[in-house]
Ligand binder design. Structure first.
Ligand SMILES: [Zn+2]
Length: 405
């Protein structure tokens, strides 16, 4: 097996690949293309035909990377990297038209196709959260950002009565399932009694003397204490009153099982793309809701591209050649704090064009693990950004978030 990684550069119809060989092998001499199969001295490097990619036998460029900043191999039997430029014979499926389309998961349309019984369960312990005896009306919320604007406008309301009156019809209504991009908005009356509890850590931090009259506070499954969503609370006579509940789609299971089974990163992709479009930002701080820790800094580099690889730099892999639709990001893992991490967290936090995305801590950690793993498909010399001109991302890693749909 020869490690192979490539990225499709659809704008110039090029597949930019890297392979790694033993130091005795001169890939510039020996690498050939036969019917879209890359062959090195009779050994198949990558059968691109098998993943429906056709490359030209012309214009093959093979060279050693001459990036002075790339680290030198630290042991003698280290593999030598080669950069290979291949011309694509047919342009990849138009990406530009897809860019603005982020797949929506578990829409009202999908729910309406399901059988009448609706059940939402905690993903961890399967405790039922939604009263399934009710026949619900199912409606889509217009958009995450419409909602954001409405909330913002309500926050500036001076008369609480007006505020309440306007809040209620917009927010949760009994027997109506409001479907947002990443959550369901539900009236507390339709939540199974005792199935949710407010997160003690987040709740303790809420300062009722300041800010808005109502607050969104993390809520957990009462049985297993894992995060499931947020509750909107107001304070009445010193008691917290629940006004509405958001159940995060990535924290729950639906019954009956829908045909789609999205995972957390699918919703993260929606959040990244939608926020990037509305706020025109490419920089994100990923923050844990309970701990308020910053888990990662993410720079959205290319939100829709394809990579081809055989996971050849990792031993624990079956090394099948795959083509994946991904989001390419430049990120900094902040879970291990050192002076470098502290410096960049401070730099990004103070930058107004950086957006905070807040998720339950478990999912933030999961995301960091996924990113770190994705970096390993790259040859070692391509894993880190170290360009002097990129001051905001010095020593950051390159990673990929898989896009489905
Ligand atoms: Zn649970």
């Amino acid at each position: 097996m020869i490690p192979f990684f490539a990225e499709e550069l659809s704008n110039i119809n090029v597949l930019r690949a890297t392979i790694a060989t033993e130091s005795a092998c001169d890939a510039a001499e020996c690498l050939e293309i036969k019917d879209s199969v890359l062959v090195l001295k009779d050994q198949v490097v990558a059968d691109l035909k098998s993943i429906d990619i056709a490359v030209s036998t012309q214009n093959l460029v093979v060279a050693q990377p001459n990036d002075p900043s790339s680290p030198q191999p630290d042991n003698d039997d280290a593999l030598i990297p080669w950069e290979v430029k291949l011309s694509l014979l047919k342009p990849p499926a138009s990406l530009r038209s897809q860019q603005n389309d982020v797949k929506e998961w578990w829409t009202s349309k999908l729910l309406l196709q399901q059988s009448l019984e609706k059940q939402m369960r905690c993903q961890h312990c399967a405790q039922g959260l939604l009263d399934s005896a009710i026949k619900y009306k199912i409606k889509d919320l217009p958009s995450e950002h419409w909602y954001e604007l409405v909330e913002c406008w309500i926050c500036h309301e001076t008369k609480p009565e007006e505020h309440q009156a306007r809040m209620k019809p917009i927010l949760a209504r009994p027997h109506v399932l409001l479907v947002g991009t990443t959550y369901f908005l539900i009236h507390p009356e339709n939540i199974v009694k005792g199935s949710l509890q407010v997160d003690p850590v987040v709740s303790k931090r809420a300062n009722w003397d300041r800010g808005t009259l109502t607050k969104w506070i993390a809520v957990n499954c009462s049985k297993c204490e894992n995060a499931v969503g947020e509750g909107q609370y107001c304070m009445e006579d010193g008691e917290m009153q629940l006004l509405a509940v958001k159940l995060f789609k990535y924290c729950i299971d639906l019954a009956p099982n829908p045909s789609e089974q999205p995972v957390f990163t699918d919703f993260l992709v929606s959040d990244l793309v939608n926020t990037a479009k509305i706020h025109a930002t490419h920089r994100f701080l990923i923050q844990g809701r309970q701990s308020q820790r910053i888990y990662a800094l993410i720079w959205l580099f290319n939100w829709d591209t394809h990579i081809v690889h055989n996971d050849g730099y990792r031993e624990k892999s079956d090394h099948t050649l795959v083509r994946e639709r991904v989001m390419k990001v430049i990120y900094l893992d902040c879970t291990v704090t050192d002076a470098h991490v502290e410096k960049y967290v401070a730099l990004w936090s103070n930058d107004k064009s950086t957006d905070h995305l807040i998720y339950p801590d478990t999912y933030c950690q999961q995301l960091v693990d996924t990113l770190n793993l994705s970096t390993l498909v790259l040859p070692p010399f391509m894993r880190k950004i170290n360009h002097p001109a990129m001051v905001f991302t010095k020593n950051f890693s390159i990673g990929f978030i898989r896009r489905s749909g």
